[in-house]
Design a protein around this ligand. Structure first.
Ligand SMILES: [Zn+2]
Length: 301
């Protein structure tokens, strides 16, 4: 199958290479993977126009999960007539987004509108709910969806020949020097599920990964190993804090200091820190890790 893949930089909050959408041009036309948030729709449309494409030309839109940085503009695309392909657990939230928006509001508060823009519901008939192993025929291509929970229960990995679109599964890696951070938001972050998803993806031996944050990664095995090690490390750090009775503010401060030290050790600057934090705020990641451990401790495991 002949196809081209073009990462489109949505310039989220004017940061370069923070959030990508991917234009895949197949023999039967264009396919969009990830929409970005509604706030970046003008940039996305301008990027598509560089390829001579109008919104109505895009008939199929795939999102790895429904979080606003990945699928925030799905409803807008549905209303342009596109089919929206999404995990079956995420699908109902596109049609009735009340709970999704309430959850995002708890995380982002007053900055919600500025960051993400308006969120439109998707007409039910435009939403295609996916299950593990489902094959999507779009743009004259066959793209396979794999269930990859961990970051969220409704997270999918999309595979086209030897390349994978990883959503948040392979972490955030947006700087010139290799440095990975993990977004571990509430309410669905789950360590064991994410580790199992990474192991499954690693075994598929992809030639290249396309990270939504941001772009192609060719040292595929190293990236999966890095993500697995970081998952365990981030989770253990927060567990240790909870066991010594630290409160949330203390945990966020210490976690932030540890992440800043990791960044500096990889030779990165304050500007890089801001870009990483624009996608994965420290407080959000700590809240997800704390919630994960509290649920586990309540169950006594
Ligand atoms: Zn993300």
């Amino acid at each position: 199958m002949a196809f081209e893949i073009h990462p489109l930089d949505l310039k989220f909050q004017n940061f370069p290479e923070a959030i990508a959408a991917f234009l895949v041009i197949g023999p039967g036309g264009p396919v969009l993977i990830e929409t970005g948030p509604s706030s970046t729709l003008p940039t996305l449309q301008a990027e598509l126009a560089r390829f001579g494409l109008r919104p109505a030309d895009v008939r199929d839109v795939l999102i790895t999960h429904i979080h606003l940085d990945h699928g925030g503009a799905a409803g807008w695309w549905a209303r342009q007539g596109a089919r929206i392909h999404v995990h079956h657990i995420g699908a109902p939230h596109l049609i009735d987004p009340a709970r999704l928006l309430a959850s995002a509001q708890r995380i982002y508060g007053e900055t919600m509108q500025t960051l993400w823009g308006d969120y439109l519901s998707s007409p039910a008939e435009r939403v295609h709910a996916l299950y593990d192993g489902d094959v999507i025929e779009a743009g004259g291509l066959k793209i396979t969806a794999f269930d990859t929970p961990g970051h969220a229960r409704h997270h999918l990995l999309y595979v086209l020949d030897g390349v994978a679109f990883t959503g948040d599964l392979a972490g955030i890696r947006i700087s010139a020097r290799p440095h990975t951070r993990l977004p571990t938001p509430p309410p669905e972050f789950e360590l064991e599920a994410w580790l199992a998803s990474v192991a499954r993806a690693k075994a598929m031996k992809f030639d290249r990964l396309y990270l939504t944050h941001f772009g192609p990664v060719d040292d595929v095995t190293e990236q999966w190993e890095q993500v697995a090690a970081l998952l365990t490390d981030c989770a253990e750090r927060v567990r240790a804090e909870l066991e010594r009775g630290a409160d949330r503010n203390t945990i966020v401060a210490r976690y932030t200091a540890q992440e800043e030290a990791r960044l500096a050790a990889d030779g990165l600057s304050g500007e890089d820190l801001l870009r990483y934090a624009s996608i994965g705020p420290m407080g959000m990641s700590v809240d997800g890790l704390m919630r994960y451990w509290r649920k586990k401790m309540e169950r006594g495991v």
